[in-house]
Design a protein around this ligand. Structure first.
Ligand SMILES: Nc1ncnc2c1ncn2[C@@H]1O[C@H](COP(=O)(O)OP(=O)(O)OP(=O)(O)O)[C@@H](O)[C@H]1O
Length: 278
């Protein structure tokens, strides 16, 4: 899917949050949006699926203006996994993931929806908690449930707002390996907001670094996440090494192999559903 921003501006009352954003997200599979707190990363993500609409400029999905698409049409192309929220409704995990099928409800049978959701719960290792209420789960479990709901949308692009912020290191790795696997095995494109430069260096094809509502720089993480950029954007000295990744984020090979097998299967399911038009 081709997402393109042309001279996009967004303000909350008089405060300009996004300033003349020009972006083309057509070719990369996994894109990380980085930058300090409050620079407009979530705002940029929210513009992509019309949670909010920019006052100036246009956002195009495969050449069509987002502003001219209805919400269900957008949701059939773009899934959204929000940041952890407190206002969680009292629904079971199964119900929450089924909600992801809502944009497709006129196009597919309830049986098909249940099959898709069951497969996703299985591959994300959420089967055991499928009937539990999400307000009773840990923050990390909830985060996985919302990712599962985003996948159930069968989108071409999945937007995720800080998907690993509540997870311990093992689960951060699991989620990032899963997301990387999904883009490698399926047709999915992922755009996520993160504060984790290391993870972005390891998993992203493209990073977009924002500063003061503008794109400061964008490109291959190995070329873009440099000491100079980190100093200019975050105002700190860094020890990031291009050829090195901190050893703590190296996944166990057994975990990686198990995940790859599962993801291959999940990728096939998601790809099959795309091609059958559900
Ligand atoms: N609903 C709102 N009303 C008014 N201002 C808002 C609203 N939501 C966000 N803002 C402001 O917009 C700016 C950008 O917020 P945004 O959430 O996009 O930043 P961010 O880069 O994602 O930050 P963080 O890394 O802290 O999540 C901030 O100054 C924030 O206070």
């Amino acid at each position: 899917m081709k997402i393109c921003f042309k001279n996009v501006e967004f303000s909350y009352s008089s405060e300009k949050i996004l300033d003349d954003i020009c972006l083309d997200l057509g070719h990369s599979k996994l894109i990380c949006i980085l930058g300090p707190n409050g620079v407009g990363k979530s705002t940029l993500l929210h513009c992509m699926n019309r949670i909010i609409s920019p006052q100036k400029g246009v956002i195009l999905l495969n050449g069509k203006e987002v502003a001219h698409m209805n919400i269900n049409e957008i949701a059939r192309h773009i899934g959204f996994v929000p940041q952890e929220r407190d206002d969680i409704p009292a629904l079971t995990v199964m119900d929450v993931v089924l909600l992801g099928r809502h944009p497709h409800s006129k196009l597919s049978s309830a049986k098909n929806d249940l099959d898709i959701v069951s497969n996703i719960l299985h591959f994300m290792d959420l089967e055991d908690i499928a009937l539990r209420y999400i307000d009773e789960l840990s923050g990390g479990q909830r985060q996985k449930v919302f990712i599962a709901r985003g996948l159930a949308q069968m989108p071409e692009v999945l937007l995720l707002d800080e998907p690993t912020s509540n997870l311990d290191i093992r689960h951060q790795l699991e989620v990032m390996e899963m997301l990387r696997g999904l883009v490698d095995y399926g047709k999915l494109q992922i755009v996520l907001v993160s504060h984790d430069l290391n993870m972005s260096m390891r998993y992203a094809d493209q990073v977009i670094i924002m500063k003061d509502g503008k794109i400061f720089t964008a490109g291959d993480p190995r070329n873009v996440i440099t000491r100079d950029v980190i100093q200019s954007v975050y105002g700190v000295h860094s020890l990031v090494m291009h050829s090195d990744v901190n050893p703590y984020i190296v996944p166990l090979s057994s975990t990686k192999e198990g995940l790859s097998r599962n993801l291959n299967e999940l990728g096939k399911i998601l790809t099959g559903a795309y091609s059958s038009g559900t």
